[in-house]
Design a protein around this ligand. Sequence first.
Ligand SMILES: Cc1cc2nc3c(=O)[nH]c(=O)nc-3n(C[C@H](O)[C@H](O)[C@H](O)COP(=O)(O)OP(=O)(O)OC[C@H]3O[C@@H](n4cnc5c(N)ncnc54)[C@H](O)[C@@H]3O)c2cc1C
Length: 394
Amino acid sequence: MKSHKPDVVIVGGGIGGLAAALQLARHGIQNVTVLERAEEFGEVGAGLQLAPNASRVLDELGLLDSVARTAFCPSRLVLRDAIGGDEITALRTDDHFTARYGYPYLVAHRVDLHRALLDACTESENITLVAGVTVTHIKQNSTGVQVRCADGTAYDGGVAIGADGINSAVRQQLIGDGVPKGAGYVAYRGTVPVDEVIESTGARELTDMVIWIGPSMHLVQYPVRGGQLCNQVAVFRSDNYGGDAHEWGTPAELEARFEMAAAPVRRSVTLIDTSRRWEMFDREPTAGWVDGRIALLGDAAHPMFQYLAQGACQALEDAQILGRSVGDPQGIEHGLKQYEEQRFARASTVQTRARMFGEVLHTGGSMAAMRDYMLRRRSELDYEPVDWLYLANP
Ligand SMILES: Cc1cc2nc3c(=O)[nH]c(=O)nc-3n(C[C@H](O)[C@H](O)[C@H](O)COP(=O)(O)OP(=O)(O)OC[C@H]3O[C@@H](n4cnc5c(N)ncnc54)[C@H](O)[C@@H]3O)c2cc1C
């Protein structure tokens, strides 16, 4: 007889992989192994926006309070004109917002979120964490999987989950669609003491999540760590992308792209650490996340631009639905198919709209003037445009 509670091997210990491990353990899987390529489980990067659809899943995992303790709840999500400096539109994320969606909009340090997930995994007697192993291939038959690693080790289970991020090896095995699509955009990001940003912007305080938008560029700013630090992400399109230039998206280009920006933006950009750059990638929505006993999750399944701040939120949603699918009375393979069926349309919509929203943010000239004219007429309490994303059952 088929077991409905197979052992599970997860490839990748990022936010998606750890959240999946916790959800699976919650749903009665007694043996979950998470394999991570890095020598230690951890996160790189700076801040992370956690919309109510993510807060909802964290609450289910019993982690919302601990994440909220070090996070920050912004008063508003604001779009400002990066060139002229003035406010274009805003959405209030105070009590009205929380009442509508049942959960807060949080902005957190990604290290803090990852740490909360990791601590919960460590405390679970059903989860084993293995660092320093790179998965190369997964074999499967009708009863189970064998996950093989570069060092010659192998891990047996009933199911394997590829949560191995944007350059997923498991995806290449399942879908085989090569390297993700670059857009010629790069990001520089990091945190700095909030007072430094307040000084450079001339604002009285920083309690909003602000995106300064301009042609082919934007700057995101929001407080994290209870308001002590400010996360900044400067994003721009490089004119050297795809050309003959030896390097593209360099710090010198960053400076040049933001030269036309208003003084508060220009000054803030100089505070960002430029020692590492992130290239922006996404893919077209592509079905085929599940093959028999192997499934993809998070960026491995649906890599998206960060413009809607939803990549990690969607990985958390995946984990929730995956957890529910493993007890499928018709067997695990049916359960995994149901998981993809329930998640594909939603994640694809977010993937597609994130790309569209990027185009709206980065437009210039008369299109930007039209955008701003329409957005300036909105009320700060007009939540309808985001209901599809944040409501539990839109
Ligand atoms: C600039 C920027 C800002 C963003 N802001 C937001 C935001 O505000 N809100 C939001 O929700 N999302 C945001 N995102 C997106 C978010 O960071 C990602 O969607 C999310 O981290 C994906 O999580 P994941 O677990 O699927 O993948 P990852 O975080 O990439 O984790 C994959 C893990 O798998 C490991 N791994 C890879 N290959 C192997 C292998 N072969 N064997 C073993 N282990 C392997 C990796 O080391 C890694 O630890 C942003 C992204 C960027 C670039």
